[in-house]
Design a protein around this ligand. Structure first.
Ligand SMILES: Nc1nc2c(ncn2[C@@H]2O[C@H](COP(=O)(O)OP(=O)(O)O)[C@@H](O)[C@H]2O)c(=O)[nH]1
Ligand SMILES: [Mg+2]
Length: 356
């Protein structure tokens, strides 16, 4: 008699453009699963270190691994290592969030997982999350051309297409592909149904493989400037995270807008002993949205992480961030500072056909 096959963790990749709501959805979905007794872990990803997403996931008490310094496709073996490092928590579900400018995840992540790692992980269908406002600007022709290119490619390879932030929008924008779920991480709408579907094993995983021109893809990614900064701050006078992070994000947003730099995602994480807060803006002129503890008491010591992705020169973007930081009254120790354009993607593996 054959021994029953041990259950392996479900690896759920949640893709979608910068600011679509991937981290927020993962945190909310993780809370829902944990309430049902399901063990969950998260893997974040970025081209650089100093990640808001990692700190936010950890602050929400989730077991969190990180692949930093390159996207999952270029660092596939780091993704596997990160998943293995999480095994000590015996997760039943691992959410993995690829870099928001990444495409070709089916060919470079899902197929290699199916072909080589099925005994360890069960990949779920590729979820692509879509911000309705970005979708509307792409399909009305008003979005940046490189952003539109990446966005359309992401849409084209989705196994499951989900619309995010439905609490803020009435109805569904016209999309060239059908929407599977309409989700809100604020009200929880649609999340249970999405989780049931994505965990069911009923859908083909990585059913679509893109026909992708890597030069054009590299050019579109390189149009974006990337800034990651991580600091320890000791304020002269105590402030709550809301009163430190709020004015900072307002000032950075205003400077980017007056410099004519189109924001893809500007996010700021602030943690002190009294609480934590993430504030973020996904387009110029938008009101910052906050997740975390808005009522935390003032404190002098803060850990600040700022991640900015915007169309523009990375050094100019970094100066804008530094100018805003220079107005903080207190001592600052810089733990990490990076400003660059993403380098051309060179996937470790690339399958041209879907693996059965
Ligand atoms: N109103 C609303 N805002 C959301 C929702 N999901 C995410 N957001 C906001 O959208 C911004 C970007 O979310 P985030 O999860 O960081 O996006 P990511 O870059 O795709 O991981 C944050 O300010 C979130 O608060 C949602 O369902 N409703
Ligand atoms: Mg994120």
């Amino acid at each position: 008699m054959r021994a029953a096959k041990a259950a392996v963790p479900k690896l759920i990749l949640v893709g979608g453009f910068l600011g679509a709501g991937k981290t927020t959805l993962i945190v909310r979905a993780s809370e829902m699963l944990q309430r049902q007794g399901v063990r969950v872990a998260v893997i974040t990803n970025d081209q650089d270190g100093g990640l808001v997403d990692t700190r936010f996931s950890e602050a929400n008490a989730l077991h969190t691994g990180e692949v930093a310094g390159g996207c999952f496709c270029c660092r596939f073996s780091d993704l596997i290592d990160a998943a293995r490092a999480l095994k000590k928590y015996d997760p039943e579900v691992i959410f993995a969030e690829p870099v928001g400018s990444c495409v070709d995840l089916s060919a470079t992540i899902l197929q290699p997982l199916k072909a080589r790692h099925r005994a360890e992980y069960e990949p779920a269908p590729l979820t692509v999350l879509v911000d309705p406002q970005l979708a509307a600007s792409v399909f009305s022709g008003t979005a940046d051309k490189d952003v539109s290119y990446l966005f359309r490619k992401q849409l084209a390879e989705a196994d499951l297409l989900c619309l995010s932030k439905t609490d803020r929008h009435d109805g569904c924008p016209e999309l060239p592909v059908p929407v599977d779920f309409q989700l809100s991480a604020v009200t929880g709408q649609g999340i249970a149904a999405w989780l049931e579907d994505v965990r069911s094993g009923k859908r083909v995983v990585g059913a679509r493989i893109l026909d992708l021109d890597y030069e054009r893809y590299a050019e579109a990614e390189a149009a974006l400037g990337w800034v990651n900064v991580q600091l320890d701050v000791v304020l002269r006078k105590p402030l709550s995270p809301a009163l430190l992070a709020g004015p900072l994000i307002d000032e950075i947003e205003a400077s980017l807008s007056s410099a004519g730099s189109s924001i893809a995602h500007l996010k700021l994480f602030d943690r002190c002993l009294t609480g934590f807060l993430k504030v973020s803006v996904c387009r110029n002129g938008a009101e910052p949205q906050a997740d975390g503890d808005l009522t935390a008491s003032p404190d002098r010591r803060h850990e600040l992480v700022i991640n900015l992705r915007a169309v523009g020169d990375p050094d100019e973007l970094l100066s804008i961030v530094q100018r805003a930081l220079s107005r903080i009254e207190g001592q600052i120790v810089v733990r990490h500072s990076g400003a660059f354009r993403p380098s051309p993607p060179k996937p470790q593996h690339r399958f041209v056909n879907s693996v059965l």
